[in-house]
Design a protein around this ligand. Structure first.
Ligand code: PLP
Length: 406
């Protein structure tokens, strides 16, 4: 780094970065637990969790140890060789879920890309080339590659990039009749988030997921659950499908899986996995020893009765206070979500004001997210302390008070 760039500020972003993001006015430089400090030394409580990624907060000692120990041993060998952390991680994922085989990637989009390609490949091999259609949900989000953004049900993200991937359609979420009308023997997969994250923190209904499973079985379509955002303990179970007792054929994970280190995973059965034979799919970094070592440690910490029960208890603490804030200031129509993926839906009078509230919250010292212009989203560490929840929500309440009192 040249001397003149030793000091960088938010203003530099506009000089050197592609303008596809509009980051906050401050730059975080350090984190510990659920607290973050910016360049000026100002402390903030983190209810954003890096968009449902920092599942164990910042600088968790177990993760720091896993990363630094692996960093001193072996960083990378490519998939021309396997490696011990990746194999250990795969065993842990298999032991904890329905899955029998794992494909490791670097992100949620890549895990989904693998899932969608596998679903098509499986249908192609078993039923023939006509069976390639994918049905997904309106308002869903599955990533930003051209395939995943096309499967995602938000045209604002997929329009304007030329021809889209063919054979993809969308039906309203939680509407079984709509899926029933759309599904056919040409459908190779139905793709759903058990809790829609970006689409507004909207959990699936029990009867809906059960009905979807049945329709998939009737039409020999694979059921793909995208648990990139709602998985890895965030729902109060290790994976959200466990709340519903509806088992997918393919499941994708990322975000919290690495606790902040980039990794993604696609989980499936041995029978389906067999169709990704040697050479059909791959990635240079996926299952990299550093990422796998960290994810293995994340899984060990999260997949315990104490942490998962803690998520459910913290859910109640959050929702009780958010309900009180909503009522007192008339700002929320509804507080919804599972575990520690929560959405406060703005009341009509505050429509479209999620960003205003997010900025007001940051000014009071608490980082929150939005999920569309109508929903303030909370995705904190799964092990956030009650004291940090209370303090963060007190700051949030001050932001609400300021916004509503003009
Ligand atoms: N799937 C879901 C449900 C997500 O919420 C996201 C990211 O927000 C993705 C996929 C894409 O993950 P990534 O940004 O790691 O590619």
């Amino acid at each position: 780094m040249s001397v003149e760039h030793a000091q960088v500020t938010r203003a530099d972003f506009d000089q050197v970065m592609v303008p596809s993001y509009a980051p906050a006015a401050f730059i975080p430089v350090r984190g510990e637990g659920s607290r973050v400090w910016d360049q000026s030394g100002r402390e903030l409580i983190d209810f954003a969790g890096g968009i449902a990624v920092s599942a164990l907060g910042h600088a968790h000692p177990v993760l720091v140890k896993a990363l630094t120990e692996q960093a001193g041993k072996l960083w990378h060998v490519s998939n021309a060789f396997t490696n011990e952390p990746a194999l250990r991680l795969a065993y842990k994922l298999i032991e904890a879920t329905f899955a029998e085989r794992v494909f490791l990637a670097n992100s949620g989009a890549e895990a989904n890309e693998a899932a969608f390609k596998l679903a098509r490949r499986y249908a192609h091999d078993v039923y023939g080339p006509e069976k390639f259609e994918i049905i997904a949900a309106t308002n869903s989000f599955h990533g930003r590659t051209l395939f995943t953004v096309t499967v995602g049900g938000q045209p604002k993200y997929s329009d304007g990039f030329g021809p889209k991937i063919e054979g993809i359609s969308h039906v309203p979420f939680n509407d079984l009749a709509a899926l029933k009308a759309a599904i056919s023997d040409k459908t190779c997969a139905v793709v759903l988030e058990p809790v829609q994250g970006e689409g507004g923190v909207l959990p699936a209904e029990q009867a809906y997921l059960q009905g979807v499973r049945q329709l998939c079985d009737e039409h020999n379509a694979l059921l793909v659950f995208d648990e990139v955002q709602c998985g890895m303990g965030r729902s109060g179970e290790l994976f959200a499908y466990m709340n519903y007792a509806v088992t997918p054929d393919i499941l994708t994970s990322a975000k919290s899986l690495g606790g902040g280190f980039p990794i993604g995973a696609m989980l499936t059965t041995a029978e389906i996995a067999a169709h990704l034979s040697v050479g059909t799919h791959g990635t240079t970094y996926g299952g990299n020893p550093l990422a796998s070592a960290v994810a293995g440690a994340v899984l060990d910490v999260i997949n315990t009765p104490q942490v998962l029960a803690g998520v459910k208890a913290k859910h109640l603490r959050f929702t009780a206070k958010l309900a009180q804030i909503g009522e007192q200031y008339g700002v929320f129509r509804e507080v919804r979500g599972l575990g520690l993926l929560l959405g406060a839906v703005l009341a009509d009078a505050w429509q479209g004001k999620a960003k205003v509230l997010l900025d007001a919250a940051a000014a009071e010292g608490v980082m929150v997210l939005m999920a569309g212009p109508e929903v303030v989203r909370f995705a904190p560490s799964l092990i956030i302390t009650d004291a940090d929840i209370d303090e963060g929500l007190a700051r949030f309440e001050r932001a609400v008070a300021k916004m509503t009192q003009g």
